[in-house]
Design a protein around this ligand. Structure first.
Ligand SMILES: *Cc1c(COP(=O)(O)O)cnc(C)c1O
Length: 467
């Protein structure tokens, strides 16, 4: 439905106003009930999803009815990751200021590709990038790009790394491709995140063409086992292992890379945020000496999906890797976002990052990180006191716990996901089947932790073999 015949501009505006207010009120109601509802949707809610489908209708529907259907069928089938008891993967919720900014930005509907398309979106990105550099202690010249997530952030950073490693050998990879290019050895840790391998695959560097450095029991690269490095090497380190939360010895690796002129890329999807907390910054020691950093906004900064951030020390490397020329595009002195990302048209991700940073300030960010780490430690303590095996050093926000045996651990996870009090996923760590608990949301209260711990202990007792 476009405009009903006979509707005046005033009528259209009044409908739009009512619809947007209705969306906001439904959002308010959803959030008001989130603490009372199951974390995972129940079978009845999932069964109703079919009502959203069917053939594409010939005639349109009233937008108010479309929204009502979305809320009535869609809202109950969401996973309550916006609440405080979702501990799956590494997710985070959305801070109030960031969510509200997201709603306002929906009204703006800005394209953040070019400054002329949205002066405000571009300016907010510039400001937010400056604040992030300061927060992580990165060099002033560091260039940045807002992308969809840490996967694309690593892709973007590694495209810059590929440019630099080949340019040093006199090869312009963006122009000439890889077919006849010289070698750029890539070094990763045995516990490299799969997204880095995907980025390498997309970049034509080959996910299997990597040198894998052995890791210790926490998944940290053993710096002493780094192969000899040269200026054409790209070393991918990890700040925050997705299972244990551990950090590669970034300082020692950067020292070795510096001496050789190699590029160091940091996958800091969530772990880089430790650098923003005085009590956890030691974990990320030396991280500022790297050449590029990938992190997420939608994990520990708690901004709405989707938001990843690529940061690159040498602006020329990133600019050369991403640059796009066409006669109708501006070529001024100011930063044009689309010249720094793989995308052209993009949503204005800087809006929520700016709002989150501005609403928390340095102290608020540190407090959020520290609260989640303290809560993870409390969960680990409660689980091990009850006799369950915590497999990792809980130095950050990740807990790995194993129950009696692999089968019992699987049953515990299943039980937790079904009963709906909280949500945890599984993994296999060094051959041991484990439950993963990631505490990454501003919304998680200490009470959420106690309620969830009790649910985990109940699940373990209820699924014991002898039962
Ligand atoms: C989550 C994660 C990624 C991928 O991030 P996306 O935002 O899902 O693309 C990469 N590395 C690590 C260590 C992660 O935790």
């Amino acid at each position: 439905m476009c405009h009903d015949v006979g509707m005046t501009t005033d009528d259209v505006r009044a409908r739009e106003r009512a619809l947007f207010s209705d969306a906001a009120s439904r959002g308010v109601a959803y959030l008001a009930s989130i603490r009372e509802r199951r974390v995972s949707p129940d079978a009845a809610a999932l069964a109703r999803l079919i009502e959203l489908g069917g053939p594409l209708p010939c005639d349109g529907d009233d937008p108010a009815r479309v929204l009502a259907l979305l809320d009535e069928v869609g809202s109950p089938a969401t996973v309550a990751s916006a609440g405080g008891r979702y501990f799956g993967f590494v997710q985070g919720g959305a801070l109030p200021a960031a969510r509200a900014a997201n709603v306002l930005a929906a009204a703006w509907d800005q394209n953040a590709a070019l400054r002329s398309m949205s002066p405000v979106a571009t300016t907010l990105e510039d400001i937010a990038l400056g604040w992030l550099r300061a927060l992580f202690g990165l060099p002033d010249e560091t260039a940045g790009a807002f992308v969809t997530g840490a996967t694309m952030a690593s892709f973007t950073c590694l495209a810059a790394a590929r440019h630099a490693a080949l340019a040093r050998q006199g090869w312009h990879v963006e122009a000439r491709g890889l077919r006849h290019a010289p070698d750029t050895p890539v070094i990763v840790g045995e516990e490299v995140h799969a997204s880095v391998l995907r980025a390498l695959a997309l970049l034509g560097l080959g996910r299997e063409e990597v040198v894998r450095v052995p890791t210790d029991e926490q998944g940290r690269m053993r710096a002493s086992e780094l192969p000899p490095l040269t200026a054409s090497c790209i070393v991918c380190v990890q700040a925050g292992n997705v299972n244990t939360g551990s950090f590669d010895p970034v300082d020692r690796i950067c020292d070795a890379a510096r001496a050789a002129g190699a590029w160091v890329h940091v996958d800091g999807a969530f772990g880089l945020w430790a650098a923003a907390s005085p009590s956890h910054a030691h974990l990320a020691r030396g991280v500022a000496a790297a050449d590029s950093w990938a992190t997420d906004g939608h994990k520990w900064l708690n901004v709405p999906y989707d938001c990843g951030i690529a940061l690159v020390r040498d602006p020329r490397a990133l600019g050369s890797a991403m640059s796009l020329q066409a006669e109708y595009l501006p070529s001024g002195a100011e930063r044009e976002p689309m010249q720094w990302t793989p995308d052209a048209s993009r949503r204005a991700r800087g809006v929520e990052v700016w709002a989150a940073l501005r609403s928390l300030g340095q102290r608020g960010i540190a407090a959020m990180i520290e609260q989640n780490c303290r809560q993870a430690a409390r969960l680990a303590q409660g689980l091990s006191q009850a006799g369950h095996r915590v497999l990792n050093d809980v130095a950050l926000n990740q807990v790995l716990v194993a129950f009696d045996d692999a089968a019992h651990t699987m049953r515990v996870i299943e039980h937790i996901q079904q009963d709906g009090v909280c949500w945890c996923g599984g993994t296999v760590w060094k051959g041991i089947t484990a439950m993963r608990v990631s505490v990454s949301s501003w919304a998680t209260t200490d009470e959420d932790i106690e309620v969830s711990l009790a649910a985990m202990l109940d699940a373990a007792a209820a699924t014991r073999e002898s039962q």
